[in-house]
Design a protein around this ligand. Sequence first.
Ligand code: PEP
Ligand code: CO
Length: 435
Amino acid sequence: MAAQQPEWPDERELKAALEELSALPPLVFAGEASRLRSALASVAEGKTFLLQAGDCAESFGDFSADAIRDKLKIVLQMAVVLTYAAGMPVLKVGRIAGQFAKPRTKNDETLGGVSLPSFRGHSVNDDTFDAEARRPDPARMVRSYHQSAATLNLIRAFTKGGFADINKLHTWNQEFVAASKQGRRYEQVAREIDRALRFMAACGIDLTEESELHEVDFYTSHEALLLGYEEALTRKDSLSGDYFDCSAHLLWIGERTRQLDGAHVEFLSGVKNPLAVKLGPSATPAEAIALADRLNPDNEPGRLSFITRMGAEKVGDALPPLVQEITDSGHNVVWICDPMHGNTISSGKGFKTRRFADILSEIKAFFAIHHESGTVPGGVHLELTHESVTECLGGAEEVLDGHLEHHYQALCDPRLNARQSLDLAFDLAEMLQTN
Ligand code: PEP
Ligand code: CO
Protein backbone atom coordinates (compact mmCIF):
# COMPACT_ATOMS: atom_id res chain seq x y z
CA MET A 1 0.00 0.00 0.00
CA ALA A 2 1.40 3.37 -0.99
CA ALA A 3 1.27 6.03 1.73
CA GLN A 4 -0.64 9.31 1.35
CA GLN A 5 -2.83 8.24 -1.60
CA PRO A 6 -6.36 9.66 -1.79
CA GLU A 7 -9.30 7.34 -1.35
CA TRP A 8 -10.62 7.63 -4.88
CA PRO A 9 -14.33 6.85 -4.56
CA ASP A 10 -14.79 5.37 -8.02
CA GLU A 11 -12.36 2.81 -9.50
CA ARG A 12 -13.69 3.27 -13.04
CA GLU A 13 -13.16 7.02 -12.95
CA LEU A 14 -9.62 6.44 -11.73
CA LYS A 15 -8.86 3.90 -14.44
CA ALA A 16 -10.23 6.19 -17.15
CA ALA A 17 -8.13 9.15 -15.95
CA LEU A 18 -4.94 7.10 -15.77
CA GLU A 19 -5.54 5.63 -19.23
CA GLU A 20 -6.04 9.09 -20.62
CA LEU A 21 -2.81 10.31 -18.99
CA SER A 22 -0.84 7.34 -20.29
CA ALA A 23 -1.75 8.26 -23.84
CA LEU A 24 -0.82 11.94 -23.54
CA PRO A 25 2.57 13.34 -24.65
CA PRO A 26 5.40 13.63 -22.11
CA LEU A 27 5.74 17.03 -20.44
CA VAL A 28 9.54 16.96 -20.35
CA PHE A 29 12.14 15.01 -22.29
CA ALA A 30 14.68 12.50 -21.05
CA GLY A 31 17.55 14.58 -22.43
CA GLU A 32 16.46 17.62 -20.39
CA ALA A 33 16.26 15.58 -17.18
CA SER A 34 19.74 14.23 -17.88
CA ARG A 35 21.04 17.76 -18.43
CA LEU A 36 19.64 18.74 -15.06
CA ARG A 37 21.44 15.77 -13.51
CA SER A 38 24.74 17.07 -14.94
CA ALA A 39 23.99 20.56 -13.63
CA LEU A 40 23.30 19.08 -10.19
CA ALA A 41 26.66 17.29 -10.33
CA SER A 42 28.19 20.74 -10.66
CA VAL A 43 26.19 21.82 -7.57
CA ALA A 44 27.62 18.84 -5.66
CA GLU A 45 31.11 20.09 -6.52
CA GLY A 46 30.34 23.58 -5.23
CA LYS A 47 30.63 25.18 -8.67
CA THR A 48 26.95 26.09 -9.03
CA PHE A 49 24.34 27.16 -6.48
CA LEU A 50 20.82 25.72 -6.65
CA LEU A 51 17.73 27.86 -6.22
CA GLN A 52 14.61 25.68 -6.06
CA ALA A 53 11.49 27.71 -5.41
CA GLY A 54 7.78 28.15 -5.91
CA ASP A 55 4.39 27.67 -4.33
CA CYS A 56 3.71 25.07 -1.69
CA ALA A 57 0.72 24.05 -3.81
CA GLU A 58 -0.12 25.31 -7.28
CA SER A 59 -3.73 26.28 -7.82
CA PHE A 60 -6.32 25.76 -10.54
CA GLY A 61 -7.64 29.17 -9.55
CA ASP A 62 -4.40 31.11 -10.01
CA PHE A 63 -3.47 30.37 -13.57
CA SER A 64 -2.69 33.12 -16.05
CA ALA A 65 0.14 34.25 -18.29
CA ASP A 66 0.79 37.21 -15.98
CA ALA A 67 1.04 35.00 -12.90
CA ILE A 68 3.49 32.62 -14.58
CA ARG A 69 5.56 35.53 -15.88
CA ASP A 70 5.68 37.14 -12.43
CA LYS A 71 6.60 33.85 -10.72
CA LEU A 72 9.50 33.63 -13.14
CA LYS A 73 10.48 37.26 -12.52
CA ILE A 74 11.09 36.81 -8.82
CA VAL A 75 13.24 33.71 -9.36
CA LEU A 76 15.22 35.48 -12.10
CA GLN A 77 15.74 38.49 -9.82
CA MET A 78 16.97 36.34 -6.96
CA ALA A 79 19.27 34.44 -9.32
CA VAL A 80 20.77 37.68 -10.65
CA VAL A 81 21.50 38.89 -7.13
CA LEU A 82 23.14 35.57 -6.24
CA THR A 83 25.13 35.27 -9.47
CA TYR A 84 26.37 38.82 -9.34
CA ALA A 85 27.30 38.85 -5.67
CA ALA A 86 28.76 35.37 -5.46
CA GLY A 87 30.18 35.14 -8.97
CA MET A 88 28.60 31.72 -9.20
CA PRO A 89 26.15 30.31 -11.73
CA VAL A 90 22.71 29.65 -10.29
CA LEU A 91 20.73 26.57 -11.28
CA LYS A 92 17.05 27.48 -11.37
CA VAL A 93 14.43 24.86 -10.56
CA GLY A 94 10.77 25.74 -9.96
CA ARG A 95 8.22 24.08 -7.72
CA ILE A 96 5.99 24.63 -10.72
CA ALA A 97 4.17 22.96 -13.63
CA GLY A 98 3.12 19.94 -11.58
CA GLN A 99 3.13 20.81 -7.85
CA PHE A 100 -0.56 19.97 -7.34
CA ALA A 101 -0.64 17.13 -4.79
CA LYS A 102 -0.17 17.48 -1.04
CA PRO A 103 0.53 14.94 1.69
CA ARG A 104 -1.52 15.49 4.84
CA THR A 105 -0.95 14.61 8.45
CA LYS A 106 -4.67 13.98 9.02
CA ASN A 107 -7.04 12.24 6.60
CA ASP A 108 -9.96 14.40 7.70
CA GLU A 109 -10.55 18.01 8.61
CA THR A 110 -13.19 18.92 11.18
CA LEU A 111 -14.86 22.33 11.22
CA GLY A 112 -17.84 23.25 13.36
CA GLY A 113 -18.53 19.60 14.12
CA VAL A 114 -18.43 18.54 10.44
CA SER A 115 -15.70 16.14 9.23
CA LEU A 116 -14.68 16.02 5.57
CA PRO A 117 -11.69 14.54 3.70
CA SER A 118 -8.64 16.83 3.98
CA PHE A 119 -7.67 19.01 1.04
CA ARG A 120 -4.91 17.11 -0.84
CA GLY A 121 -4.05 19.56 -3.60
CA HIS A 122 -5.97 20.57 -6.70
CA SER A 123 -5.05 17.37 -8.55
CA VAL A 124 -7.15 15.50 -5.96
CA ASN A 125 -9.94 17.74 -4.58
CA ASP A 126 -10.88 21.37 -3.96
CA ASP A 127 -9.86 23.44 -0.96
CA THR A 128 -13.44 24.68 -0.31
CA PHE A 129 -14.86 23.07 2.82
CA ASP A 130 -17.90 21.26 1.43
CA ALA A 131 -18.60 17.61 0.82
CA GLU A 132 -18.80 17.75 -2.97
CA ALA A 133 -15.66 19.89 -3.29
CA ARG A 134 -13.66 17.58 -1.05
CA ARG A 135 -14.60 14.42 -2.96
CA PRO A 136 -11.41 13.12 -4.62
CA ASP A 137 -11.93 13.32 -8.39
CA PRO A 138 -9.40 11.58 -10.67
CA ALA A 139 -10.32 13.86 -13.60
CA ARG A 140 -8.45 16.54 -11.66
CA MET A 141 -5.18 14.73 -12.41
CA VAL A 142 -5.88 15.16 -16.11
CA ARG A 143 -6.63 18.84 -15.55
CA SER A 144 -3.38 19.28 -13.63
CA TYR A 145 -1.53 17.65 -16.54
CA HIS A 146 -3.02 20.22 -18.93
CA GLN A 147 -2.29 23.15 -16.61
CA SER A 148 1.29 21.86 -16.25
CA ALA A 149 1.62 21.62 -20.05
CA ALA A 150 0.39 25.19 -20.56
CA THR A 151 2.59 26.48 -17.72
CA LEU A 152 5.64 24.75 -19.12
CA ASN A 153 4.88 26.07 -22.59
CA LEU A 154 4.92 29.64 -21.25
CA ILE A 155 8.03 29.02 -19.16
CA ARG A 156 9.83 27.79 -22.27
CA ALA A 157 8.68 30.82 -24.24
CA PHE A 158 9.64 33.30 -21.51
CA THR A 159 13.05 31.77 -20.80
CA LYS A 160 14.09 31.16 -24.39
CA GLY A 161 12.18 33.86 -26.22
CA GLY A 162 13.71 37.10 -25.01
CA PHE A 163 12.04 37.80 -21.67
CA ALA A 164 14.96 36.33 -19.68
CA ASP A 165 17.49 38.33 -21.73
CA ILE A 166 20.03 39.99 -19.46
CA ASN A 167 19.16 43.32 -21.11
CA LYS A 168 15.66 42.99 -19.63
CA LEU A 169 17.02 42.95 -16.09
CA HIS A 170 15.19 46.14 -15.09
CA THR A 171 11.80 44.91 -16.23
CA TRP A 172 11.87 41.99 -13.76
CA ASN A 173 11.45 44.43 -10.89
CA GLN A 174 7.68 44.50 -10.34
CA GLU A 175 6.20 47.83 -9.34
CA PHE A 176 5.43 47.04 -5.72
CA VAL A 177 8.94 45.61 -5.32
CA ALA A 178 10.74 48.42 -7.14
CA ALA A 179 9.48 51.00 -4.63
CA SER A 180 10.87 49.09 -1.66
CA LYS A 181 14.35 49.12 -0.13
CA GLN A 182 15.15 45.70 -1.59
CA GLY A 183 13.81 46.82 -4.97
CA ARG A 184 16.15 49.81 -5.00
CA ARG A 185 19.05 47.61 -3.96
CA TYR A 186 18.19 45.32 -6.86
CA GLU A 187 18.11 48.31 -9.25
CA GLN A 188 21.62 49.17 -8.18
CA VAL A 189 22.84 45.64 -8.96
CA ALA A 190 21.07 45.84 -12.32
CA ARG A 191 22.78 49.15 -13.13
CA GLU A 192 26.19 47.70 -12.26
CA ILE A 193 25.54 44.74 -14.54
CA ASP A 194 24.50 47.14 -17.34
CA ARG A 195 27.77 48.95 -16.91
CA ALA A 196 29.79 45.72 -17.01
CA LEU A 197 27.97 44.68 -20.20
CA ARG A 198 28.69 48.06 -21.83
CA PHE A 199 32.33 47.70 -20.82
CA MET A 200 32.57 44.26 -22.46
CA ALA A 201 30.86 45.52 -25.60
CA ALA A 202 33.27 48.47 -25.71
CA CYS A 203 36.15 46.01 -25.52
CA GLY A 204 34.88 44.48 -28.74
CA ILE A 205 33.13 41.40 -27.33
CA ASP A 206 30.05 40.63 -29.41
CA LEU A 207 27.51 40.05 -26.66
CA THR A 208 24.71 39.25 -29.10
CA GLU A 209 26.51 35.98 -29.85
CA GLU A 210 26.51 34.78 -26.24
CA SER A 211 23.33 32.74 -25.79
CA GLU A 212 23.91 32.54 -22.00
CA LEU A 213 23.11 36.26 -21.81
CA HIS A 214 19.86 35.96 -23.71
CA GLU A 215 18.35 32.68 -22.55
CA VAL A 216 17.92 30.92 -19.25
CA ASP A 217 17.62 27.22 -18.39
CA PHE A 218 14.72 26.72 -16.03
CA TYR A 219 13.75 23.26 -14.80
CA THR A 220 10.55 21.94 -13.21
CA SER A 221 10.07 19.84 -10.09
CA HIS A 222 7.35 18.61 -7.75
CA GLU A 223 6.74 16.07 -5.03
CA ALA A 224 6.07 12.70 -6.68
CA LEU A 225 3.13 11.91 -4.44
CA LEU A 226 0.33 10.45 -6.57
CA LEU A 227 1.95 7.30 -7.85
CA GLY A 228 -0.79 6.60 -10.41
CA TYR A 229 -0.18 9.98 -12.04
CA GLU A 230 3.60 9.60 -12.00
CA GLU A 231 3.45 6.06 -13.43
CA ALA A 232 1.08 7.15 -16.18
CA LEU A 233 3.58 9.79 -17.29
CA THR A 234 6.60 7.47 -17.21
CA ARG A 235 8.05 6.74 -20.64
CA LYS A 236 10.89 4.69 -22.05
CA ASP A 237 13.58 6.87 -23.59
CA SER A 238 14.09 5.62 -27.13
CA LEU A 239 17.79 6.59 -27.13
CA SER A 240 18.98 4.98 -23.89
CA GLY A 241 16.20 2.48 -23.22
CA ASP A 242 15.90 3.95 -19.70
CA TYR A 243 12.63 4.94 -18.01
CA PHE A 244 12.01 8.58 -17.16
CA ASP A 245 9.12 10.11 -15.24
CA CYS A 246 8.24 12.73 -17.83
CA SER A 247 5.92 14.74 -15.53
CA ALA A 248 8.87 16.96 -14.44
CA HIS A 249 12.63 17.18 -14.66
CA LEU A 250 13.24 16.53 -10.96
CA LEU A 251 10.97 14.60 -8.60
CA TRP A 252 11.24 14.54 -4.86
CA ILE A 253 10.02 12.19 -2.15
CA GLY A 254 8.44 14.00 0.79
CA GLU A 255 9.14 13.65 4.49
CA ARG A 256 5.97 11.55 4.92
CA THR A 257 6.60 9.07 2.09
CA ARG A 258 10.32 8.31 2.33
CA GLN A 259 9.94 4.86 3.99
CA LEU A 260 12.65 2.56 2.65
CA ASP A 261 10.21 -0.26 1.97
CA GLY A 262 7.50 2.15 0.74
CA ALA A 263 6.01 2.41 -2.73
CA HIS A 264 7.43 5.91 -3.43
CA VAL A 265 11.03 4.84 -2.95
CA GLU A 266 10.34 1.68 -4.98
CA PHE A 267 8.82 3.63 -7.88
CA LEU A 268 11.44 6.37 -8.05
CA SER A 269 14.33 3.91 -7.83
CA GLY A 270 13.18 2.75 -11.29
CA VAL A 271 13.33 6.08 -13.16
CA LYS A 272 16.43 7.91 -14.29
CA ASN A 273 15.41 11.50 -13.42
CA PRO A 274 17.44 13.37 -10.84
CA LEU A 275 15.74 12.72 -7.48
CA ALA A 276 15.56 14.40 -4.11
CA VAL A 277 14.42 13.20 -0.69
CA LYS A 278 13.26 15.46 2.13
CA LEU A 279 14.87 14.67 5.46
CA GLY A 280 13.33 15.98 8.67
CA PRO A 281 14.78 15.87 12.20
CA SER A 282 13.67 12.27 12.77
CA ALA A 283 15.77 10.94 9.86
CA THR A 284 18.66 8.81 11.08
CA PRO A 285 22.05 8.58 9.34
CA ALA A 286 21.41 4.85 8.77
CA GLU A 287 18.13 5.69 6.98
CA ALA A 288 19.82 8.31 4.83
CA ILE A 289 22.59 5.88 3.85
CA ALA A 290 20.05 3.18 3.03
CA LEU A 291 18.09 5.68 0.88
CA ALA A 292 21.26 6.63 -0.98
CA ASP A 293 22.15 2.93 -1.52
CA ARG A 294 18.67 2.32 -2.86
CA LEU A 295 18.13 5.43 -4.98
CA ASN A 296 21.67 5.93 -6.23
CA PRO A 297 23.36 2.51 -6.22
CA ASP A 298 25.92 3.62 -8.83
CA ASN A 299 26.76 6.76 -6.82
CA GLU A 300 26.19 8.93 -9.88
CA PRO A 301 26.89 12.62 -9.12
CA GLY A 302 23.73 14.73 -9.44
CA ARG A 303 21.33 11.79 -9.26
CA LEU A 304 20.40 12.26 -5.59
CA SER A 305 19.84 15.34 -3.46
CA PHE A 306 18.95 15.43 0.21
CA ILE A 307 16.71 18.35 1.07
CA THR A 308 17.12 18.82 4.82
CA ARG A 309 14.23 20.55 6.65
CA MET A 310 15.10 20.45 10.30
CA GLY A 311 13.84 23.75 11.69
CA ALA A 312 16.03 26.49 13.14
CA GLU A 313 15.97 24.96 16.61
CA LYS A 314 16.88 21.41 15.65
CA VAL A 315 19.25 21.89 12.72
CA GLY A 316 22.32 22.22 14.94
CA ASP A 317 21.78 18.76 16.45
CA ALA A 318 20.09 16.95 13.58
CA LEU A 319 22.13 17.91 10.52
CA PRO A 320 25.81 17.28 11.49
CA PRO A 321 25.49 13.50 12.07
CA LEU A 322 23.69 13.07 8.73
CA VAL A 323 26.32 15.04 6.85
CA GLN A 324 29.13 13.25 8.65
CA GLU A 325 27.91 9.72 8.10
CA ILE A 326 26.79 10.20 4.51
CA THR A 327 30.19 11.71 3.73
CA ASP A 328 32.00 8.86 5.49
CA SER A 329 29.92 6.34 3.55
CA GLY A 330 31.32 7.77 0.30
CA HIS A 331 27.91 8.72 -1.13
CA ASN A 332 27.97 11.68 -3.45
CA VAL A 333 24.83 13.71 -2.71
CA VAL A 334 23.70 17.29 -3.24
CA TRP A 335 22.82 18.99 0.07
CA ILE A 336 19.90 21.39 -0.14
CA CYS A 337 18.38 23.40 2.71
CA ASP A 338 14.59 23.71 2.96
CA PRO A 339 14.27 26.30 5.74
CA MET A 340 10.47 26.42 5.41
CA HIS A 341 8.93 23.13 6.56
CA GLY A 342 10.70 22.79 9.90
CA ASN A 343 9.75 26.34 10.84
CA THR A 344 5.98 26.37 10.49
CA ILE A 345 4.15 27.81 13.50
CA SER A 346 0.67 28.96 14.35
CA SER A 347 0.18 32.71 14.80
CA GLY A 348 -1.78 34.26 17.66
CA LYS A 349 -4.91 34.31 15.47
CA GLY A 350 -4.36 30.78 14.23
CA PHE A 351 -2.72 31.47 10.85
CA LYS A 352 -0.13 28.95 9.73
CA THR A 353 2.99 31.06 9.39
CA ARG A 354 6.80 31.15 9.46
CA ARG A 355 9.21 33.74 10.82
CA PHE A 356 11.69 35.22 8.34
CA ALA A 357 14.26 35.19 11.16
CA ASP A 358 13.86 31.41 11.66
CA ILE A 359 14.18 30.80 7.92
CA LEU A 360 17.38 32.83 7.81
CA SER A 361 18.70 31.21 10.95
CA GLU A 362 18.27 27.67 9.55
CA ILE A 363 20.04 28.63 6.33
CA LYS A 364 22.92 30.20 8.28
CA ALA A 365 23.27 27.05 10.38
CA PHE A 366 23.16 24.92 7.21
CA PHE A 367 26.06 26.92 5.73
CA ALA A 368 28.05 26.83 8.96
CA ILE A 369 27.61 23.05 9.39
CA HIS A 370 28.74 22.34 5.85
CA HIS A 371 31.73 24.64 6.19
CA GLU A 372 32.67 22.90 9.38
CA SER A 373 32.52 19.47 7.81
CA GLY A 374 34.13 20.45 4.52
CA THR A 375 31.00 19.57 2.52
CA VAL A 376 29.12 21.71 0.03
CA PRO A 377 25.99 23.73 0.96
CA GLY A 378 24.52 23.20 -2.50
CA GLY A 379 21.39 25.29 -2.48
CA VAL A 380 18.07 26.28 -1.00
CA HIS A 381 14.50 25.04 -1.43
CA LEU A 382 11.94 27.80 -0.81
CA GLU A 383 8.21 28.39 -0.79
CA LEU A 384 7.63 31.85 -2.20
CA THR A 385 5.37 33.86 -4.42
CA HIS A 386 5.66 36.89 -6.67
CA GLU A 387 2.64 38.39 -4.93
CA SER A 388 2.47 40.95 -2.18
CA VAL A 389 1.03 38.48 0.35
CA THR A 390 1.32 38.56 4.14
CA GLU A 391 1.87 34.93 5.04
CA CYS A 392 5.34 34.88 6.65
CA LEU A 393 6.31 37.14 9.55
CA GLY A 394 9.19 39.61 9.50
CA GLY A 395 11.64 40.62 6.79
CA ALA A 396 13.03 44.10 6.22
CA GLU A 397 9.58 45.60 5.87
CA GLU A 398 8.18 43.85 8.91
CA VAL A 399 5.08 41.75 8.39
CA LEU A 400 3.58 41.61 11.89
CA ASP A 401 1.13 39.18 13.44
CA GLY A 402 -1.75 41.60 12.91
CA HIS A 403 -0.91 41.89 9.19
CA LEU A 404 -1.29 38.19 8.39
CA GLU A 405 -5.04 38.48 7.78
CA HIS A 406 -4.61 41.28 5.20
CA HIS A 407 -3.31 39.22 2.27
CA TYR A 408 -3.20 35.63 3.34
CA GLN A 409 -3.81 33.62 0.17
CA ALA A 410 -1.83 30.41 0.68
CA LEU A 411 -3.62 27.25 -0.43
CA CYS A 412 -1.37 25.21 1.79
CA ASP A 413 1.83 26.48 3.46
CA PRO A 414 2.77 30.17 4.01
CA ARG A 415 5.08 31.65 1.36
CA LEU A 416 7.63 34.43 1.37
CA ASN A 417 6.32 37.40 -0.60
CA ALA A 418 8.37 38.97 -3.40
CA ARG A 419 10.07 41.53 -1.14
CA GLN A 420 10.92 38.98 1.53
CA SER A 421 12.26 36.70 -1.21
CA LEU A 422 14.52 39.41 -2.60
CA ASP A 423 15.60 40.25 0.94
CA LEU A 424 16.58 36.63 1.46
CA ALA A 425 18.50 36.62 -1.84
CA PHE A 426 20.69 39.50 -0.58
CA ASP A 427 21.31 37.63 2.69
CA LEU A 428 22.15 34.46 0.79
CA ALA A 429 24.48 36.39 -1.47
CA GLU A 430 26.44 37.53 1.58
CA MET A 431 26.68 33.96 2.84
CA LEU A 432 27.94 32.80 -0.55
CA GLN A 433 30.52 35.58 -0.71
CA THR A 434 32.07 34.46 2.55
CA ASN A 435 31.97 30.85 1.30
C1 PEP B 1 6.28 20.47 0.88
O1 PEP B 1 7.38 20.55 0.30
O2 PEP B 1 5.33 21.22 0.65
C2 PEP B 1 6.14 19.45 1.96
C3 PEP B 1 4.97 18.92 2.28
O3 PEP B 1 7.31 19.18 2.55
P1 PEP B 1 7.77 18.01 3.55
O4 PEP B 1 7.59 16.70 2.82
O5 PEP B 1 9.23 18.34 3.77
O6 PEP B 1 6.94 18.13 4.79
CO1 CO C 1 4.87 23.18 1.80
